[in-house]
Write a protein that binds this ligand. Structure first.
Ligand code: ADP
Length: 589
Protein backbone atom coordinates (compact mmCIF):
# COMPACT_ATOMS: atom_id res chain seq x y z
CA UNK A 1 0.00 0.00 0.00
CA UNK A 2 1.58 3.30 -1.05
CA UNK A 3 2.13 6.08 1.48
CA UNK A 4 0.15 8.65 -0.47
CA UNK A 5 -2.79 6.25 -0.73
CA UNK A 6 -2.75 5.66 3.03
CA UNK A 7 -2.52 9.40 3.66
CA UNK A 8 -5.55 10.20 1.45
CA UNK A 9 -7.56 7.24 2.70
CA UNK A 10 -6.87 7.82 6.41
CA UNK A 11 -7.57 11.55 5.93
CA UNK A 12 -10.99 10.80 4.48
CA UNK A 13 -11.63 8.13 7.15
CA UNK A 14 -11.01 10.62 9.96
CA UNK A 15 -13.29 13.22 8.32
CA UNK A 16 -16.08 10.68 7.73
CA UNK A 17 -15.90 9.19 11.25
CA UNK A 18 -15.91 12.65 12.87
CA UNK A 19 -18.81 13.89 10.75
CA UNK A 20 -20.82 10.70 11.31
CA UNK A 21 -20.31 10.88 15.09
CA UNK A 22 -21.36 14.53 15.13
CA UNK A 23 -24.39 13.69 13.00
CA UNK A 24 -25.42 10.83 15.28
CA UNK A 25 -25.12 12.98 18.41
CA UNK A 26 -26.99 15.89 16.82
CA UNK A 27 -29.79 13.68 15.48
CA UNK A 28 -30.06 11.79 18.75
CA UNK A 29 -30.40 14.88 20.93
CA UNK A 30 -32.71 16.71 18.50
CA UNK A 31 -35.08 13.72 18.28
CA UNK A 32 -34.95 13.20 22.09
CA UNK A 33 -35.86 16.86 22.67
CA UNK A 34 -38.67 16.70 20.16
CA UNK A 35 -40.02 13.52 21.73
CA UNK A 36 -39.94 14.98 25.25
CA UNK A 37 -41.76 18.08 23.94
CA UNK A 38 -44.47 15.91 22.39
CA UNK A 39 -44.84 13.86 25.59
CA UNK A 40 -45.01 17.01 27.72
CA UNK A 41 -47.80 18.37 25.47
CA UNK A 42 -49.59 15.04 25.66
CA UNK A 43 -49.45 15.08 29.49
CA UNK A 44 -50.53 18.73 29.48
CA UNK A 45 -53.59 17.80 27.41
CA UNK A 46 -54.38 14.94 29.78
CA UNK A 47 -54.22 17.43 32.66
CA UNK A 48 -56.67 19.65 30.82
CA UNK A 49 -59.05 16.78 30.12
CA UNK A 50 -59.41 15.88 33.80
CA UNK A 51 -59.38 19.44 35.04
CA UNK A 52 -63.18 19.81 35.46
CA UNK A 53 -63.75 16.57 37.33
CA UNK A 54 -60.92 17.37 39.76
CA UNK A 55 -62.25 20.89 40.27
CA UNK A 56 -65.68 19.56 41.19
CA UNK A 57 -64.35 16.86 43.52
CA UNK A 58 -61.88 19.14 45.30
CA UNK A 59 -64.49 21.82 45.62
CA UNK A 60 -66.80 19.37 47.36
CA UNK A 61 -63.77 17.97 49.28
CA UNK A 62 -64.80 14.51 48.12
CA UNK A 63 -61.20 13.27 48.23
CA UNK A 64 -61.92 9.54 48.60
CA UNK A 65 -64.05 9.47 45.47
CA UNK A 66 -61.46 11.59 43.66
CA UNK A 67 -58.76 9.11 44.58
CA UNK A 68 -60.86 6.20 43.35
CA UNK A 69 -61.61 7.99 40.09
CA UNK A 70 -57.96 8.88 39.58
CA UNK A 71 -56.81 5.28 40.25
CA UNK A 72 -59.34 3.94 37.72
CA UNK A 73 -58.41 6.54 35.09
CA UNK A 74 -54.69 5.95 35.68
CA UNK A 75 -55.10 2.22 34.97
CA UNK A 76 -57.05 2.95 31.83
CA UNK A 77 -54.69 5.48 30.29
CA UNK A 78 -51.43 3.97 31.66
CA UNK A 79 -50.40 7.20 33.34
CA UNK A 80 -49.87 8.21 36.92
CA UNK A 81 -52.17 11.06 37.97
CA UNK A 82 -51.75 12.87 41.27
CA UNK A 83 -53.88 15.64 42.79
CA UNK A 84 -52.20 17.92 45.28
CA UNK A 85 -53.72 20.71 47.35
CA UNK A 86 -51.95 24.13 47.25
CA UNK A 87 -50.34 23.42 50.65
CA UNK A 88 -48.66 20.31 49.17
CA UNK A 89 -51.01 17.67 50.66
CA UNK A 90 -51.59 14.78 48.23
CA UNK A 91 -55.32 13.99 48.03
CA UNK A 92 -55.39 11.49 45.17
CA UNK A 93 -52.82 9.34 43.38
CA UNK A 94 -53.21 6.71 40.68
CA UNK A 95 -50.66 4.31 42.15
CA UNK A 96 -50.17 4.99 45.87
CA UNK A 97 -52.25 5.66 48.91
CA UNK A 98 -52.24 9.46 49.25
CA UNK A 99 -52.16 9.19 53.05
CA UNK A 100 -48.77 7.51 52.85
CA UNK A 101 -47.31 10.11 50.54
CA UNK A 102 -45.22 12.99 51.83
CA UNK A 103 -45.97 16.68 51.23
CA UNK A 104 -45.42 17.64 47.55
CA UNK A 105 -45.29 21.44 47.97
CA UNK A 106 -41.61 21.60 47.22
CA UNK A 107 -41.66 19.34 44.14
CA UNK A 108 -40.30 21.30 41.20
CA UNK A 109 -43.26 20.86 38.89
CA UNK A 110 -45.77 21.68 41.70
CA UNK A 111 -43.92 24.82 42.74
CA UNK A 112 -43.66 25.88 39.05
CA UNK A 113 -47.40 25.22 38.46
CA UNK A 114 -48.42 27.28 41.52
CA UNK A 115 -46.02 30.10 40.68
CA UNK A 116 -46.02 30.11 36.86
CA UNK A 117 -49.27 28.36 35.89
CA UNK A 118 -47.39 25.35 34.41
CA UNK A 119 -44.73 23.00 35.74
CA UNK A 120 -42.66 20.20 34.30
CA UNK A 121 -39.80 18.06 35.59
CA UNK A 122 -37.86 14.99 34.45
CA UNK A 123 -36.37 13.19 37.47
CA UNK A 124 -36.10 10.08 39.54
CA UNK A 125 -39.23 9.34 41.57
CA UNK A 126 -38.55 8.23 45.14
CA UNK A 127 -42.09 6.87 45.36
CA UNK A 128 -42.00 4.73 42.20
CA UNK A 129 -38.17 4.34 42.13
CA UNK A 130 -37.97 5.12 38.40
CA UNK A 131 -37.22 8.06 36.09
CA UNK A 132 -40.43 9.96 35.45
CA UNK A 133 -41.63 12.95 33.40
CA UNK A 134 -43.99 15.13 35.43
CA UNK A 135 -46.35 17.77 34.02
CA UNK A 136 -48.46 19.82 36.45
CA UNK A 137 -51.26 22.41 35.98
CA UNK A 138 -53.00 24.53 38.61
CA UNK A 139 -56.81 24.12 38.98
CA UNK A 140 -58.46 27.45 39.56
CA UNK A 141 -61.80 28.40 41.05
CA UNK A 142 -62.80 32.02 41.04
CA UNK A 143 -59.23 32.94 40.27
CA UNK A 144 -57.79 31.00 43.25
CA UNK A 145 -55.70 27.85 43.01
CA UNK A 146 -57.65 25.14 44.74
CA UNK A 147 -55.46 22.21 43.66
CA UNK A 148 -52.71 21.10 41.27
CA UNK A 149 -53.23 18.17 38.91
CA UNK A 150 -50.11 16.31 37.89
CA UNK A 151 -49.82 13.66 35.22
CA UNK A 152 -46.58 11.73 34.92
CA UNK A 153 -45.19 8.94 32.82
CA UNK A 154 -42.25 6.52 33.07
CA UNK A 155 -39.38 7.53 30.92
CA UNK A 156 -38.55 3.82 30.61
CA UNK A 157 -40.65 3.73 27.47
CA UNK A 158 -38.95 6.82 26.17
CA UNK A 159 -35.55 5.23 26.77
CA UNK A 160 -36.58 2.07 24.92
CA UNK A 161 -37.72 4.28 22.08
CA UNK A 162 -34.53 6.26 22.26
CA UNK A 163 -32.27 3.24 22.15
CA UNK A 164 -34.21 1.88 19.18
CA UNK A 165 -33.89 5.24 17.47
CA UNK A 166 -30.19 5.47 18.37
CA UNK A 167 -29.47 2.00 17.06
CA UNK A 168 -31.20 2.78 13.82
CA UNK A 169 -29.28 6.05 13.40
CA UNK A 170 -25.96 4.38 14.26
CA UNK A 171 -26.50 1.40 11.96
CA UNK A 172 -27.62 3.58 9.05
CA UNK A 173 -24.66 5.92 9.66
CA UNK A 174 -22.25 2.98 9.70
CA UNK A 175 -23.71 1.62 6.45
CA UNK A 176 -23.50 5.10 4.91
CA UNK A 177 -19.93 5.54 6.14
CA UNK A 178 -18.93 2.15 4.78
CA UNK A 179 -20.40 2.97 1.37
CA UNK A 180 -18.60 6.34 1.43
CA UNK A 181 -15.35 4.66 2.49
CA UNK A 182 -15.58 2.20 -0.38
CA UNK A 183 -16.05 5.21 -2.66
CA UNK A 184 -13.09 6.94 -1.01
CA UNK A 185 -11.02 3.78 -1.39
CA UNK A 186 -11.60 3.70 -5.15
CA UNK A 187 -11.16 7.48 -5.43
CA UNK A 188 -7.84 7.31 -3.54
CA UNK A 189 -6.78 4.40 -5.68
CA UNK A 190 -7.63 6.25 -8.91
CA UNK A 191 -5.68 9.24 -7.65
CA UNK A 192 -2.65 7.47 -6.25
CA UNK A 193 -2.22 4.98 -9.10
CA UNK A 194 -1.06 7.58 -11.67
CA UNK A 195 1.13 9.26 -9.05
CA UNK A 196 2.67 5.88 -8.29
CA UNK A 197 3.32 5.31 -12.01
CA UNK A 198 4.90 8.78 -12.24
CA UNK A 199 7.16 8.01 -9.27
CA UNK A 200 8.05 4.63 -10.74
CA UNK A 201 8.83 6.19 -14.14
CA UNK A 202 11.02 8.90 -12.52
CA UNK A 203 12.96 6.18 -10.70
CA UNK A 204 13.52 4.30 -13.97
CA UNK A 205 14.64 7.48 -15.75
CA UNK A 206 17.06 8.39 -12.98
CA UNK A 207 18.48 4.87 -13.43
CA UNK A 208 19.05 5.72 -17.10
CA UNK A 209 16.04 4.03 -18.73
CA UNK A 210 14.80 6.76 -21.06
CA UNK A 211 12.33 4.48 -22.89
CA UNK A 212 9.94 4.70 -19.95
CA UNK A 213 6.50 6.12 -20.85
CA UNK A 214 3.43 6.84 -18.72
CA UNK A 215 0.03 6.06 -20.28
CA UNK A 216 -3.01 7.39 -18.40
CA UNK A 217 -6.62 6.87 -19.51
CA UNK A 218 -7.96 10.11 -18.08
CA UNK A 219 -8.29 13.71 -19.15
CA UNK A 220 -7.43 15.79 -16.11
CA UNK A 221 -4.33 17.60 -14.86
CA UNK A 222 -2.67 14.27 -14.06
CA UNK A 223 -2.91 13.34 -17.74
CA UNK A 224 -1.31 16.71 -18.62
CA UNK A 225 1.41 15.99 -16.09
CA UNK A 226 2.00 12.54 -17.60
CA UNK A 227 2.15 14.01 -21.14
CA UNK A 228 4.65 16.67 -20.03
CA UNK A 229 6.61 13.97 -18.30
CA UNK A 230 6.75 11.90 -21.50
CA UNK A 231 7.85 14.98 -23.51
CA UNK A 232 10.51 15.71 -20.93
CA UNK A 233 11.77 12.12 -21.12
CA UNK A 234 12.10 12.35 -24.92
CA UNK A 235 14.04 15.62 -24.64
CA UNK A 236 16.20 14.27 -21.81
CA UNK A 237 16.90 11.15 -23.83
CA UNK A 238 18.05 13.12 -26.87
CA UNK A 239 20.14 15.50 -24.70
CA UNK A 240 21.77 12.54 -23.00
CA UNK A 241 22.43 10.92 -26.35
CA UNK A 242 24.03 14.12 -27.59
CA UNK A 243 26.16 14.48 -24.44
CA UNK A 244 27.18 10.80 -24.63
CA UNK A 245 28.16 11.20 -28.29
CA UNK A 246 30.10 14.37 -27.51
CA UNK A 247 31.81 12.62 -24.62
CA UNK A 248 32.71 9.65 -26.79
CA UNK A 249 33.93 11.99 -29.53
CA UNK A 250 36.04 13.90 -27.04
CA UNK A 251 37.41 10.77 -25.45
CA UNK A 252 38.35 9.22 -28.84
CA UNK A 253 39.85 12.57 -29.82
CA UNK A 254 41.88 12.66 -26.63
CA UNK A 255 43.02 9.07 -26.88
CA UNK A 256 44.00 9.60 -30.53
CA UNK A 257 45.91 12.75 -29.65
CA UNK A 258 49.67 12.44 -30.13
CA UNK A 259 50.24 15.00 -27.40
CA UNK A 260 50.02 14.01 -23.76
CA UNK A 261 46.92 15.46 -22.12
CA UNK A 262 46.27 15.59 -18.39
CA UNK A 263 43.77 17.33 -16.07
CA UNK A 264 44.81 17.96 -12.47
CA UNK A 265 42.33 18.82 -9.71
CA UNK A 266 42.79 21.35 -6.91
CA UNK A 267 44.43 18.74 -4.66
CA UNK A 268 47.05 17.96 -7.30
CA UNK A 269 45.50 14.60 -8.25
CA UNK A 270 45.20 13.49 -11.88
CA UNK A 271 41.51 13.25 -12.79
CA UNK A 272 41.88 12.66 -16.53
CA UNK A 273 44.79 11.63 -18.74
CA UNK A 274 44.95 10.36 -22.30
CA UNK A 275 46.74 7.33 -23.72
CA UNK A 276 49.76 9.32 -24.94
CA UNK A 277 50.27 10.75 -21.45
CA UNK A 278 49.98 7.31 -19.79
CA UNK A 279 52.44 5.79 -22.31
CA UNK A 280 54.99 8.45 -21.34
CA UNK A 281 55.07 6.99 -17.83
CA UNK A 282 54.45 3.39 -18.90
CA UNK A 283 51.19 3.20 -16.93
CA UNK A 284 47.73 1.87 -17.88
CA UNK A 285 45.88 4.34 -15.71
CA UNK A 286 47.03 7.39 -13.81
CA UNK A 287 43.72 8.61 -12.42
CA UNK A 288 43.96 9.43 -8.71
CA UNK A 289 47.78 9.70 -8.85
CA UNK A 290 49.52 12.83 -7.53
CA UNK A 291 50.79 14.76 -10.56
CA UNK A 292 54.20 15.40 -8.98
CA UNK A 293 54.86 11.69 -8.63
CA UNK A 294 54.98 11.44 -12.45
CA UNK A 295 55.82 14.97 -13.61
CA UNK A 296 58.91 15.35 -11.46
CA UNK A 297 60.48 18.32 -13.27
CA UNK A 298 60.45 21.24 -10.79
CA UNK A 299 59.37 23.49 -13.68
CA UNK A 300 55.93 21.83 -13.71
CA UNK A 301 55.25 22.69 -10.06
CA UNK A 302 56.38 26.26 -10.79
CA UNK A 303 54.18 26.42 -13.90
CA UNK A 304 51.12 25.23 -11.93
CA UNK A 305 51.77 27.83 -9.23
CA UNK A 306 52.06 30.54 -11.90
CA UNK A 307 48.89 29.35 -13.68
CA UNK A 308 46.87 29.65 -10.49
CA UNK A 309 48.11 33.16 -9.78
CA UNK A 310 48.24 34.61 -13.30
CA UNK A 311 45.04 33.22 -14.88
CA UNK A 312 46.59 32.81 -18.36
CA UNK A 313 48.07 30.04 -20.45
CA UNK A 314 51.76 29.45 -19.80
CA UNK A 315 54.24 27.35 -21.76
CA UNK A 316 57.51 25.88 -20.45
CA UNK A 317 60.06 23.46 -21.79
CA UNK A 318 60.39 20.47 -19.48
CA UNK A 319 62.29 17.21 -19.40
CA UNK A 320 60.75 13.78 -18.77
CA UNK A 321 63.37 11.02 -18.55
CA UNK A 322 65.54 11.58 -21.68
CA UNK A 323 62.83 13.38 -23.61
CA UNK A 324 62.15 17.10 -24.06
CA UNK A 325 58.58 18.45 -24.00
CA UNK A 326 56.81 21.75 -24.39
CA UNK A 327 54.39 21.81 -21.47
CA UNK A 328 51.48 24.14 -22.12
CA UNK A 329 49.12 24.76 -19.20
CA UNK A 330 45.78 26.48 -18.69
CA UNK A 331 43.82 27.12 -15.53
CA UNK A 332 40.05 26.49 -15.31
CA UNK A 333 39.09 28.91 -12.59
CA UNK A 334 35.48 27.70 -12.19
CA UNK A 335 36.61 24.17 -11.31
CA UNK A 336 40.02 25.05 -9.87
CA UNK A 337 41.57 22.58 -12.31
CA UNK A 338 44.72 22.62 -14.42
CA UNK A 339 44.99 21.28 -17.96
CA UNK A 340 48.46 20.39 -19.22
CA UNK A 341 49.34 19.42 -22.77
CA UNK A 342 52.76 17.95 -23.50
CA UNK A 343 54.25 18.24 -26.99
CA UNK A 344 57.20 15.96 -27.60
CA UNK A 345 60.06 18.05 -29.01
CA UNK A 346 62.83 15.52 -28.44
CA UNK A 347 63.37 14.97 -32.20
CA UNK A 348 63.34 18.72 -32.84
CA UNK A 349 65.86 19.18 -30.06
CA UNK A 350 68.08 16.49 -31.56
CA UNK A 351 67.91 18.14 -35.00
CA UNK A 352 68.70 21.50 -33.43
CA UNK A 353 71.69 19.94 -31.74
CA UNK A 354 72.85 18.42 -35.03
CA UNK A 355 72.40 21.81 -36.69
CA UNK A 356 74.32 23.61 -33.97
CA UNK A 357 77.07 21.00 -34.09
CA UNK A 358 77.23 21.37 -37.86
CA UNK A 359 77.49 25.18 -37.65
CA UNK A 360 80.06 24.97 -34.91
CA UNK A 361 82.13 22.36 -36.82
CA UNK A 362 81.77 24.17 -40.17
CA UNK A 363 82.81 27.50 -38.62
CA UNK A 364 85.76 25.83 -36.97
CA UNK A 365 86.82 24.07 -40.18
CA UNK A 366 86.35 27.18 -42.34
CA UNK A 367 88.27 29.52 -40.06
CA UNK A 368 91.81 28.15 -40.92
CA UNK A 369 91.43 28.11 -44.74
CA UNK A 370 89.83 31.58 -44.64
CA UNK A 371 92.65 33.01 -42.52
CA UNK A 372 95.08 31.44 -44.98
CA UNK A 373 93.19 32.98 -47.97
CA UNK A 374 93.20 36.39 -46.24
CA UNK A 375 96.99 36.05 -45.66
CA UNK A 376 97.62 35.22 -49.33
CA UNK A 377 95.40 38.08 -50.49
CA UNK A 378 97.40 40.51 -48.31
CA UNK A 379 100.68 39.12 -49.71
CA UNK A 380 99.34 39.29 -53.28
CA UNK A 381 98.25 42.91 -52.76
CA UNK A 382 101.88 43.89 -52.49
CA UNK A 383 102.96 41.92 -55.60
CA UNK A 384 100.08 42.53 -58.01
CA UNK A 385 99.95 45.35 -60.58
CA UNK A 386 97.46 48.21 -60.17
CA UNK A 387 95.18 46.89 -62.96
CA UNK A 388 94.23 43.77 -61.05
CA UNK A 389 94.03 45.36 -57.60
CA UNK A 390 90.23 46.05 -57.71
CA UNK A 391 89.61 42.27 -58.19
CA UNK A 392 91.80 41.49 -55.23
CA UNK A 393 89.97 44.15 -53.15
CA UNK A 394 86.65 42.42 -53.87
CA UNK A 395 88.18 39.07 -52.81
CA UNK A 396 89.52 40.69 -49.62
CA UNK A 397 86.20 42.39 -48.79
CA UNK A 398 84.21 39.16 -49.20
CA UNK A 399 86.80 37.13 -47.29
CA UNK A 400 86.51 39.65 -44.43
CA UNK A 401 82.76 39.33 -44.53
CA UNK A 402 82.88 35.52 -44.41
CA UNK A 403 85.38 35.71 -41.55
CA UNK A 404 83.03 38.09 -39.67
CA UNK A 405 80.13 35.72 -40.23
CA UNK A 406 82.19 32.74 -39.12
CA UNK A 407 83.30 34.64 -36.01
CA UNK A 408 79.74 35.67 -35.15
CA UNK A 409 78.47 32.13 -35.78
CA UNK A 410 81.17 30.71 -33.52
CA UNK A 411 80.25 33.16 -30.76
CA UNK A 412 76.56 32.37 -31.19
CA UNK A 413 76.97 28.61 -31.17
CA UNK A 414 79.18 28.84 -28.11
CA UNK A 415 76.57 31.00 -26.37
CA UNK A 416 73.74 28.66 -27.39
CA UNK A 417 75.50 25.54 -26.26
CA UNK A 418 76.64 27.32 -23.11
CA UNK A 419 79.96 25.74 -23.95
CA UNK A 420 81.74 28.81 -22.85
CA UNK A 421 81.35 29.11 -19.10
CA UNK A 422 80.37 32.64 -18.13
CA UNK A 423 82.88 34.32 -15.91
CA UNK A 424 80.80 36.23 -13.43
CA UNK A 425 82.55 38.93 -11.50
CA UNK A 426 81.81 42.36 -10.02
CA UNK A 427 81.74 44.71 -12.99
CA UNK A 428 81.89 48.49 -12.99
CA UNK A 429 79.65 49.20 -15.95
CA UNK A 430 80.65 52.88 -16.21
CA UNK A 431 84.32 52.05 -16.58
CA UNK A 432 83.53 49.34 -19.06
CA UNK A 433 81.26 51.61 -21.11
CA UNK A 434 83.75 54.48 -21.23
CA UNK A 435 86.35 52.13 -22.75
CA UNK A 436 83.86 50.88 -25.32
CA UNK A 437 82.79 54.39 -26.32
CA UNK A 438 86.40 55.17 -27.19
CA UNK A 439 86.35 52.44 -29.86
CA UNK A 440 83.60 54.33 -31.69
CA UNK A 441 85.20 57.82 -31.58
CA UNK A 442 86.51 57.45 -35.11
CA UNK A 443 83.36 56.11 -36.78
CA UNK A 444 81.17 58.67 -34.98
CA UNK A 445 83.24 61.63 -36.11
CA UNK A 446 83.48 60.22 -39.67
CA UNK A 447 79.68 60.14 -39.88
CA UNK A 448 79.36 63.53 -38.13
CA UNK A 449 77.24 62.05 -35.30
CA UNK A 450 76.99 63.12 -31.71
CA UNK A 451 77.68 60.33 -29.19
CA UNK A 452 76.44 61.08 -25.68
CA UNK A 453 76.63 59.06 -22.50
CA UNK A 454 74.65 59.42 -19.33
CA UNK A 455 75.47 57.37 -16.24
CA UNK A 456 73.69 57.43 -12.89
CA UNK A 457 75.81 58.43 -9.95
CA UNK A 458 76.68 55.72 -7.45
CA UNK A 459 75.72 53.00 -9.88
CA UNK A 460 76.17 49.69 -8.03
CA UNK A 461 78.59 47.08 -9.32
CA UNK A 462 76.89 44.35 -11.31
CA UNK A 463 77.60 40.63 -11.19
CA UNK A 464 78.22 39.77 -14.83
CA UNK A 465 80.65 38.48 -17.42
CA UNK A 466 82.57 41.63 -18.48
CA UNK A 467 83.60 40.29 -21.92
CA UNK A 468 80.04 39.36 -22.78
CA UNK A 469 78.79 42.78 -21.64
CA UNK A 470 81.42 44.39 -23.88
CA UNK A 471 80.14 42.29 -26.79
CA UNK A 472 76.58 43.38 -25.98
CA UNK A 473 77.41 47.09 -25.85
CA UNK A 474 79.60 46.95 -28.97
CA UNK A 475 76.83 45.31 -30.99
CA UNK A 476 74.14 47.77 -29.86
CA UNK A 477 76.26 50.91 -30.29
CA UNK A 478 77.70 49.65 -33.60
CA UNK A 479 74.13 49.11 -34.90
CA UNK A 480 73.05 52.55 -33.68
CA UNK A 481 75.94 54.18 -35.57
CA UNK A 482 75.43 51.97 -38.66
CA UNK A 483 71.75 52.79 -38.99
CA UNK A 484 71.92 56.50 -38.10
CA UNK A 485 72.86 59.06 -40.71
CA UNK A 486 72.62 62.19 -38.59
CA UNK A 487 71.83 63.27 -35.07
CA UNK A 488 72.64 61.81 -31.72
CA UNK A 489 73.39 58.43 -30.23
CA UNK A 490 72.87 58.06 -26.50
CA UNK A 491 74.08 55.47 -24.04
CA UNK A 492 72.24 55.76 -20.71
CA UNK A 493 72.95 53.48 -17.78
CA UNK A 494 70.87 53.77 -14.63
CA UNK A 495 69.81 51.64 -11.74
CA UNK A 496 66.33 53.06 -12.05
CA UNK A 497 64.18 54.55 -14.86
CA UNK A 498 66.41 56.61 -17.18
CA UNK A 499 66.20 60.43 -17.27
CA UNK A 500 63.75 61.54 -19.92
CA UNK A 501 63.17 58.03 -21.07
CA UNK A 502 60.80 55.30 -19.90
CA UNK A 503 61.71 51.66 -20.15
CA UNK A 504 58.95 49.26 -21.09
CA UNK A 505 56.55 48.33 -18.25
CA UNK A 506 57.95 44.87 -17.64
CA UNK A 507 61.44 46.33 -17.27
CA UNK A 508 60.15 49.17 -15.08
CA UNK A 509 58.45 46.82 -12.63
CA UNK A 510 61.64 45.12 -11.71
CA UNK A 511 63.91 48.17 -11.99
CA UNK A 512 64.50 48.38 -8.24
CA UNK A 513 67.23 45.77 -8.19
CA UNK A 514 68.21 46.04 -11.85
CA UNK A 515 70.53 47.98 -14.06
CA UNK A 516 68.95 49.54 -17.11
CA UNK A 517 71.13 49.99 -20.22
CA UNK A 518 69.56 52.13 -22.87
CA UNK A 519 70.99 52.64 -26.37
CA UNK A 520 69.05 55.27 -28.24
CA UNK A 521 69.59 56.68 -31.73
CA UNK A 522 67.95 59.13 -34.10
CA UNK A 523 68.40 56.81 -37.07
CA UNK A 524 66.28 55.17 -39.75
CA UNK A 525 64.15 53.13 -37.34
CA UNK A 526 62.66 49.64 -37.68
CA UNK A 527 59.17 48.92 -39.08
CA UNK A 528 56.70 47.85 -36.32
CA UNK A 529 55.95 44.43 -37.85
CA UNK A 530 59.63 43.49 -37.99
CA UNK A 531 60.66 44.60 -34.50
CA UNK A 532 60.09 41.13 -32.98
CA UNK A 533 62.07 39.37 -35.74
CA UNK A 534 65.32 41.37 -35.63
CA UNK A 535 66.58 39.10 -32.83
CA UNK A 536 66.38 36.06 -35.12
CA UNK A 537 69.55 34.70 -36.70
CA UNK A 538 70.47 36.28 -40.08
CA UNK A 539 67.37 38.47 -39.98
CA UNK A 540 67.92 41.86 -41.53
CA UNK A 541 65.34 44.51 -42.38
CA UNK A 542 67.18 45.56 -45.53
CA UNK A 543 69.64 42.88 -46.70
CA UNK A 544 71.64 45.00 -49.14
CA UNK A 545 71.97 47.93 -46.71
CA UNK A 546 73.09 45.59 -43.89
CA UNK A 547 75.59 43.90 -46.25
CA UNK A 548 76.92 47.23 -47.44
CA UNK A 549 77.44 48.32 -43.83
CA UNK A 550 79.28 45.11 -43.03
CA UNK A 551 76.41 43.52 -41.10
CA UNK A 552 76.01 39.77 -40.68
CA UNK A 553 72.46 39.66 -39.31
CA UNK A 554 73.81 37.89 -36.22
CA UNK A 555 74.61 40.83 -33.91
CA UNK A 556 71.21 41.09 -32.16
CA UNK A 557 70.99 37.27 -31.80
CA UNK A 558 74.28 37.41 -29.90
CA UNK A 559 72.97 40.35 -27.81
CA UNK A 560 69.78 38.47 -26.94
CA UNK A 561 71.69 35.37 -25.91
CA UNK A 562 74.03 37.36 -23.68
CA UNK A 563 71.00 39.05 -22.03
CA UNK A 564 69.34 35.67 -21.44
CA UNK A 565 72.52 34.19 -19.99
CA UNK A 566 72.46 37.04 -17.47
CA UNK A 567 68.74 36.42 -16.71
CA UNK A 568 67.91 39.82 -18.14
CA UNK A 569 65.42 41.19 -20.62
CA UNK A 570 65.71 43.17 -23.85
CA UNK A 571 63.07 45.33 -25.49
CA UNK A 572 63.03 47.45 -28.59
CA UNK A 573 60.98 50.54 -29.36
CA UNK A 574 61.35 52.15 -32.74
CA UNK A 575 59.67 54.53 -35.13
CA UNK A 576 60.52 54.68 -38.82
CA UNK A 577 62.60 57.75 -39.66
CA UNK A 578 62.74 58.88 -36.04
CA UNK A 579 65.00 56.44 -34.28
CA UNK A 580 65.35 53.29 -32.25
CA UNK A 581 65.68 52.59 -28.56
CA UNK A 582 67.02 49.31 -27.12
CA UNK A 583 66.48 48.79 -23.38
CA UNK A 584 68.36 46.03 -21.60
CA UNK A 585 67.62 45.27 -17.96
CA UNK A 586 70.08 43.11 -16.03
CA UNK A 587 69.75 41.90 -12.46
CA UNK A 588 72.41 43.44 -10.22
CA UNK A 589 73.12 40.21 -8.32
P1 ADP B 1 73.21 43.39 -38.74
O1 ADP B 1 74.54 42.74 -38.66
O2 ADP B 1 72.56 43.26 -40.07
O3 ADP B 1 73.18 44.71 -38.17
P2 ADP B 1 71.78 42.65 -36.38
O4 ADP B 1 71.34 41.32 -35.87
O5 ADP B 1 72.69 43.42 -35.55
O6 ADP B 1 72.31 42.43 -37.83
O7 ADP B 1 70.47 43.50 -36.65
C1 ADP B 1 69.43 42.94 -37.37
C2 ADP B 1 68.70 43.97 -38.14
O8 ADP B 1 68.03 44.86 -37.27
C3 ADP B 1 69.57 44.86 -38.95
O9 ADP B 1 69.83 44.31 -40.22
C4 ADP B 1 68.78 46.14 -39.06
O10 ADP B 1 67.86 46.05 -40.14
C5 ADP B 1 68.01 46.18 -37.79
N1 ADP B 1 68.61 47.09 -36.79
C6 ADP B 1 69.36 46.72 -35.74
N2 ADP B 1 69.72 47.83 -35.01
C7 ADP B 1 69.13 48.87 -35.60
C8 ADP B 1 69.08 50.28 -35.32
N3 ADP B 1 69.72 50.81 -34.28
N4 ADP B 1 68.39 51.09 -36.17
C9 ADP B 1 67.73 50.55 -37.22
N5 ADP B 1 67.72 49.24 -37.54
C10 ADP B 1 68.42 48.41 -36.73
Amino acid sequence: MSKIFLKIFIGFLIVIVTLTTLLILLTYYTVREQYLDNLTNHLKNLNYSIKNIIETKVDSQDYQELDNYIKKLGREIHARITVILPDGLVVADAEKDPAEMENHRTRTEIAQAINNGFGTSLRFSNTIKEDMLYVALPILKDGNIIAVSRVSMHTKDIDILYSRLRNRIISSSIILSLITLIGVFFFSLSFTKPIKSLAEASRKISAGDFDTKILLKRSDELRELADSFNDMTIKLSSSFKEIREQKEELSSLLSGLQEGFVVIDKHGKIILSNKSFNILFDKENLIGTDYWSVLQDAKVAKLIKQLKSQYRSITKEIQIADGFYICSGSYIEAKDEIILILYNITEMKKLELVKKDFISNASHELRTPLTSIKGYVETLQMEIDERHKPYLNVIEKNTDRIIRIIEDLTILSELEEKKQELEFQEVNLIELSKNILKIFDQSVSTKGLNLQSNFSENLPLIKADPFKLEQLLINLIDNAIKYTNEGTIQLNITDKVGVGSQPSPSVKNKSDNKIIIEVKDSGIGIPKDQQERIFERFYTVDKSRSKKLGGTGLGLSIVKHIVQLHNGEIKVESELGKGTRFVVSLPIA
